[in-house]
Design a protein around this ligand. Structure first.
Ligand code: NDP
Length: 319
């Protein structure tokens, strides 16, 4: 048909998404927020949402002709996919195209955290190498560590592969064991935290994983323990993490994600044993371009022939 689909973009999105859609659909923009605020007459016309952020039930229910929500990012905890499913609306995400980038960043964050490379570089940049001498030895090392992954999906497996040449022991906890993998499987997060000294969180943000990393888990990692989070901030009890880092119950932490990002608790900033990144695990131009293409291709495929490349499991599309 010659009638173009109308695509709503709430808040900001990677500009390549808009470039790819331009001329093929009609774009409507709106401010991001808990309540939908739309241009007059737009609500009844919108067929799709392209989003890097949140789409709650209120947004979904405000749009009677909505057919598809294309999320920019593999993690779609901001989109109420269960509610979308009840209305027959398809939700898509951007899996796989970011696996390698996120896994690379995870290794960098782990080494940065353990060897304090950010502080070391700051030492040099501040002229202290000349003025005060060599930078302090890092209290920790990756040598001899036992690493446990909380999550062994698409990204977790790439992280594990990258850890192999580092000569560390590798284990994981997920709800279901993956028999094809040779890594040590633990039947619970607690059991794994007791057995390892380094925990990497790469699970989705769900009600089940909410604050799963609590004082109990962090204490089990111990004073030499290292916690790395590249999954979602919602999986961590941040007060417990701060307390454990301050008291020395936990050795160090490297965080790419936070509970209420972009807000980061002040208390983290003054701790010497943390490495903090502003949610950049997938944030390279090439990888973000691939994610943008997948968002656009899901939308264009849907309106061309009812096919999407990457629906989420809550809203499967039958061939
Ligand atoms: P997958 O769906 O491929 O893997 C998810 C893994 O988590 C599986 O191994 C799954 O195993 C496990 N898991 C899920 N729920 C639970 C639970 N309740 N308890 C234990 N294990 C659980 O996802 P991806 O690897 O593609 O991505 C993982 C997440 O990483 C994303 O959802 C996103 O939130 C985050 N992410 C963060 C990025 C960043 O910029 N920092 C970038 C990209 C992703 P099982 O089902 O057997 O339990």
């Amino acid at each position: 048909s010659d009638k173009k689909a109308v695509v709503l973009v709430p808040g900001k999105i990677n500009p390549r998404v808009l470039e790819r859609l331009e001329g093929k659909v009609e774009i409507v923009t709106a401010p991001a927020g808990a309540e939908p605020v739309l241009p007059a007459g737009a609500a009844e016309r919108i067929n799709a949402i392209a989003v890097s952020g949140a789409v709650n039930a209120k947004w979904i229910d405000a749009l009677p002709k909505l057919e598809i929500i294309a999320n920019f990012g593999v993690g779609y905890d901001g989109v109420d996919a269960k509610h979308a499913a009840t209305r027959g609306i398809v939700v898509t995400n951007t899996p796989d195209v970011l696996n390698d980038e996120v896994a690379d960043t995870t290794i960098a964050l782990l080494i940065n955290t353990v060897r304090r490379l950010y502080q070391a570089e700051t030492w040099l940049r501040d002229g202290k190498w000349v003025g005060e001498g060599p930078f302090a030895l890092s209290p920790f090392s990756l040598r001899g560590r036992k690493v446990g992954l909380f999550g062994m999906g698409r990204i977790g497996q790439e992280i594990a592969k990258r850890l192999e040449p580092f000569k560390v022991e590798i284990g994981y906890y997920t709800r279901s064991k993956r028999d094809e993998l040779s890594y040590t499987y633990y039947a619970s997060l607690k059991e794994m935290a007791e057995a390892v000294d380094t925990l990497i969180c790469i699970v989705p943000g769900t009600p089940e994983t909410h604050k799963a990393i609590n004082a109990d888990i962090l204490t089990a990692l111990g004073p030499e323990g290292v916690f790395i989070n590249v999954g979602r901030g919602s999986s961590v009890d941040e007060d417990a993490l701060l307390e454990a880092l301050k008291s020395g119950a936990l050795g160090a932490a490297g965080l790419d994600v936070f509970y209420a990002e972009p807000k980061v608790p002040e208390a983290f900033l003054s701790l010497p044993n943390v490495s903090l990144l502003p949610h950049v695990a997938s944030a390279s131009i090439p990888t973000r371009n691939a994610m943008a293409d997948l968002v656009a291709d899901n939308i264009l495929g849907w309106f061309r022939d009812g096919k999407v490349l990457t629906p989420v499991p809550e809203t499967p599309v039958k061939e």
